[in-house]
Design a protein around this ligand. Structure first.
Ligand code: F6R
Length: 608
């Protein structure tokens, strides 16, 4: 979850680290720090609680010497509160270290190495730094290897040793790292966004290998007795710097909402062949769709909500069990999957630790795994049997928007291909399905162009500490995502309810002016949803009704109506998602909150 950057080379390291941290801040933003190797090999350390701008202000006044190597970190606190002391880097003797992840056996290490009186912070990361310092006798590779043998948990470390000026070492287990050697120095980071201002070519640091960065070269070593060299595959970034900038939008979230039509085209069109979905270029064989007797979808948060929509689309057509699990629960559910199961893993980042653990369990059960992932080369993408990349480009706002839409697009295409190869769709039906999927793109554009109308809902929503999202069938699956979006960025308590379930308890919470965002786009349950809306309206709710352009409804049913263009029922999620995202965005804005970096959250959840 934390952001990591390291640089060594001819350029001014301080600026590169601070710029990099500003770009990485979405990964964690409790506190930030940098360590710079000065000319005399002295290490200058700056650590500040709060945002990177606090650190920058401090550095502007206190660190002025020219420097050419250093490491930097933005923190999402796990062990130990948010404070300057707990911020990274941590110093221990000759070791300066930054860490992303969790050291589970930090307590045992503290005892084993008698660190109690040496530790100044409350972090597990400092325990790793102190342990490494005790293991260090002048050979960085040997000390890092010995440290790794002792550690339990997930981690990526960047390390400087006082007596190795200009060199940066790194190692990882699970937590991601990417690195690059460029003409203007060597870089390492938790995330590509920090590298792309300097290079388009990079490699993913392999797990359980040690990386050494020198000003013009990056070496990767196996962690064997002789530290033999490893030559990683060099990858090319397929998006440019503009994609990771706000480009005139006030927030990344609003920009990313606007990017959805293009992201949809980029994800769908390369996989359309003669009007039918075709995954040949993704090297996904039809056999995986034909041979399975059930599908298990696993993901977290918004990605899991995409999975719930997919289930509702797939199951009635495929007529096999389609199950959806929350990744963090999946491992403890004693899941009923085997070598006849197709496991679909959904993850924007491709690094979510619970999702990764579920993927590994699926492999142990002998299942075939197919990942729907946005970040190229991410751990989940590399470990899955097959990958269907979504092409959303970098998603920087913590609240997921465009990644959700393209996950859905990918899942709809999978559903269509499966139906085709299993004989549930004729080619003509599959063709029609795909045509409808493409038709949602202009519908999404229409909604984006109506954002000022959607903005008006914010004034009503923010007056209440609670909000409810209701719907039936697919509309309920959309409601879950609407409630998540609203709560995470506006801090308004929001709950999604299957509209028919309200009467079984939750309706007790409906009182005068409580906002109820009701979604009614599914013809077969429309009348019933309308009855449920009447029930909340009768109890004083402030109803914001989302429905199709031509739907007929009594004027007095809702306080605000937001209409989406006519698309067929199975496809309404795409325009509805835009409406729900904009409702949340404008509510957060109206409360003057930090839309892109809401409290307590981080973009990529790499701790359990
Ligand atoms: C909410 C949100 C999260 C993520 C979840 C999974 O807006 O972004 O709920 O969807 O943390 O992340 P990925 O998709 O990276 O595995």
């Amino acid at each position: 979850m934390c952001g990591i950057i390291g640089y060594t080379g001819p350029l001014e390291a301080r600026q590169i680290l601070l710029d990099g941290l500003a770009g990485l801040e979405y990964r964690g933003y409790d506190s930030a720090g940098i360590a710079l190797c000065l000319e005399n090999s002295h290490i200058a350390l700056a650590k500040k609680a709060g945002k990177v701008k606090n650190l920058k202000e401090y550095c502007d006044h206190h660190i002025t010497a020219s420097t050419h190597s250093g490491i930097g970190h933005t923190r999402w606190a796990t062990h130990g509160g948010v404070s300057d002391i707990n911020a990274h880097p941590h110093r221990a003797g000759k070791v300066t270290l930054i860490h992303n992840g969790i050291i589970e056996n930090y307590h045992a290490l503290t005892e084993q190495f008698h660190l109690q009186n040496l530790l100044v912070s409350q972090t597990d990361s400092e325990v790793a730094a102190q342990t490494l310092n005790q293991l260090y006798t002048g050979d960085p590779l040997a000390a890092i290897r010995d440290l790794v043998k002792l550690l339990e948990g997930s981690y990526s470390f960047c390390i400087m040793f006082d007596d190795q000026p200009g060199s940066i070492y790194a190692v990882r287990n699970v937590s991601p790292l990417v690195a690059a050697a460029t003409h203007s120095g060597s870089l390492i980071a938790s995330d590509l966004t920090a590298l792309i201002p300097y290079t388009r070519e990079y490699f993913v640091v392999p797990e359980q290998h040690i990386v050494k960065l020198t000003p013009y070269k990056v070496h990767v070593y196996h962690m064997d007795d002789t530290f033999s060299k490893y030559y990683p595959e060099i990858m090319t970034v397929n998006w440019n710097m503009d994609a990771a900038m706000k480009n005139g939008f006030p927030h990344f979230m609003l920009k990313e909402i606007h990017e959805q039509p293009e992201a949809m085209r980029n994800t769908i069109l390369p996989r359309v062949n003669k009007g039918l979905p075709d995954f040949s270029d993704d090297h996904i064989p039809d056999s995986i769709f034909k041979q399975c007797d059930q599908v298990q979808i696993i993901a977290c948060g918004t990605a899991m909500h995409a999975g719930m929509v997919a289930r509702a689309i797939m199951q009635p057509v495929l007529r096999i069990p389609i199950m959806v699990s929350i990744a963090s629960e999946f491992r403890y559910e004693e899941p009923l999957i085997d070598d006849k199961s197709l496991v679909i893993i959904i993850s924007q980042s491709g690094e979510t630790i619970d999702t990764l653990a579920a993927l590994r369990l699926a492999h142990q059960c002998g299942s075939t795994t197919l990942a729907v992932v946005n970040v190229k080369g991410s751990t989940i993408a590399r470990e899955s049997d097959y990958v269907l990349y979504t092409h959303a480009g970098p998603e920087i706002a913590v609240a997921s928007t465009k990644a959700y839409s393209v996950q859905l697009a990918a899942l709809y295409m999978i559903s269509c291909r499966m139906a085709l190869v299993r004989g549930k769709y004729t080619p003509q039906e599959a063709y029609g399905f795909l045509a409808q999927l493409l038709d949602v793109i202009p519908a999404m554009e229409t909604l984006i162009s109506r954002k000022e109308q959607i903005k008006k809902t914010a004034d009503h929503i923010i007056k209440s500490p609670d909000a409810f999202f209701i719907g039936r069938g697919l509309d309920y699956a959309f409601s879950l995502e609407g409630a998540l979006k609203l709560k995470e960025i506006s801090y308004i308590h929001s709950e999604a309810y299957a509209a028919g379930e309200l009467k079984h308890g939750t309706i007790a919470l409906i009182s005068e002016q409580v906002p109820v965002i009701a979604i009614a786009t599914q013809e077969h349950v429309y009348a019933k949803t309308i009855s449920n809306i009447r029930e909340v309206k009768a109890r004083g709710a402030f109803v914001i009704l989302l429905l199709k352009e031509n739907a007929v409804v009594d004027e007095d049913l809702a306080d605000i109506q937001l209409r989406i263009p006519e698309v067929s029922d199975h496809f309404t999620v795409f325009p509805i998602a835009v409406v729900l995202q904009l409702i949340a965005y404008y509510a957060s804005l109206a409360k003057n909150l930090d839309v892109d970096q809401p409290r307590n959250l981080a973009k990529s959840v790499t701790v359990e």
